[in-house]
Design a protein around this ligand. Structure first.
Ligand SMILES: [Zn+2]
Length: 397
């Protein structure tokens, strides 16, 4: 695929969007290995901005999401209703193992982006624990049973999906040993979890009001967190993701454990005593046929939404995923003398190259101190920094 062809596709997909929106399409073409069939029919002509986006992405490695692979996008027009995303429509069309990365918009027009994070900005490690299972005396605790399912099997299935999805997105994530941790801690077992920031324990809820047939009403999803937790923004983010894909709020959504269990929960207490955050996800009701139909039809997407919520709630996504470009797009500058290119915006940052007098750079951003972020293919991230303090060293072309 030629750069002109890419520019024509960008023009067809994102002519009304600003430079970031155009660069996103360019990134999506690059990240899909230039598979032209994945995109709309190219226009006959293209704007200078579309060409620039194509050049920056292909020749200089510029990216709308430098820390992610952008693999799919969907238009507001076809996948939203009056400005709000129609998630049902979106997830019938986007592969369910891709995370929602963000969007660009201009008025009523815009694109939702989907892909995989390659790495996280913050060091983070989590543990996923499946509820119920093999007891210490060798017997088996199946958990709740309903609609032909056993809780201990569902918790293991969903736990594995969540761990896989987390790893797909650069999150350090372990699966706890396959045992009933309630029985394990009760019989005095020790499990050091202090290396983790978050322990997520998977369960399925049960109600005395059983609906084995399906009355069309889902009972929904909720969390139990210990009263010692300082907040529940992570659990809120996960639940919102589950509601978006067809679940609903059960009870209060996030419930303080001690409201239901005066002495807390055995496993939760054991984790909290080590100072680690812990949450019990009651995914949905095993006793309700509507809930089980929802789970069986959405398990991959449920794992995706859990991981999305964790990334959002803990703020793990790299911050430069939405770095601002100069004005509407970019500026080309020419060096007035030989200039170092560095990994940061001051002269103590390591130099990784030189721009010689008369050479040009593509400016992505200008900082208050006069330093500039420029496209730099020699850096793994695709950009670097150079000084234009007092506007002495570069001028606009
Ligand atoms: Zn359970």
């Amino acid at each position: 695929m030629t750069i002109e062809m890419i520019a024509r596709i960008i023009e067809a997909e994102a002519s009304v969007l600003d430079f970031q929106g155009k660069l996103a399409v360019a990134q999506c073409i690059c990240d899909n290995r230039f598979d032209q069939n994945a995109f709309t029919k190219p226009t006959d002509d293209y704007s200078p901005e579309s060409l620039k986006a194509a050049e920056l992405a292909v020749l200089h490695g510029a990216r709308r999401f430098p820390a992610a692979s952008l693999l799919q996008f969907r238009s507001f027009t076809n996948y939203g209703r009056r400005g709000t995303p129609d998630w049902k429509k979106i997830y019938n069309s986007v592969p369910n193992d891709l995370l929602y990365l963000g969007c660009d918009s201009k008025g009523e027009y815009g694109h939702f982006y989907f892909g995989r994070w390659k790495n996280m900005a913050t060091p983070f490690k989590m543990l996923v624990m499946a509820g119920h299972g093999r007891n210490m005396d060798g017997s088996y605790d199946p958990g709740a049973c309903g609609c032909g399912y056993r809780e201990a099997e569902l918790t293991r299935e969903l736990s594995r999906l969540i761990v896989a999805r987390a790893k797909d997105n650069g999150i350090d994530c372990d699966l706890a040993p396959d045992r009933n941790h309630y029985s394990y801690f009760k019989s005095g077992g020790k499990y050091d979890v202090t290396q983790y920031k978050y322990v997520l324990e998977i369960h399925f809820n049960a109600s005395t009001k059983v609906d084995p047939v399906g009355d069309g009403a889902i009972r929904g999803s909720m969390f139990y967190i210990d009263r010692s937790e300082s907040g529940h923004s992570v659990e809120d983010a996960i639940l919102q993701g589950l509601y978006d894909i067809g679940s609903r709020q059960a009870w209060d959504g996030v419930v303080i454990t001690q409201r239901q269990y005066t002495n807390g929960l055995m496993v939760q207490n054991a984790i909290r005593r080590q100072g680690v955050s812990h949450a019990v996800l009651e995914t949905c009701f095993i006793s309700d046929a509507d809930d089980m139909k929802w789970y069986q039809g959405h398990k991959d997407l449920i794992a995706t939404k859990v991981v999305e919520g964790i990334i959002k709630g803990f703020g793990l996504a790299p911050k430069d995923s939405s770095y601002a470009y100069v004005g509407k797009g970019f500026v080309t500058m020419v060096a007035l003398e030989d200039m170092n290119v560095r990994t940061g915006t001051n002269i103590s940052a390591p130099a990784i190259g030189v721009v010689y007098r008369g050479q040009m750079v593509e400016v992505l951003k200008i900082f208050d101190n006069g330093w500039m972020q420029i496209v730099w293919p020699g850096a793994a991230c695709g950009y670097a920094y150079t000084s234009n303090v007092h506007r002495k060293y570069y001028k606009k072309v």
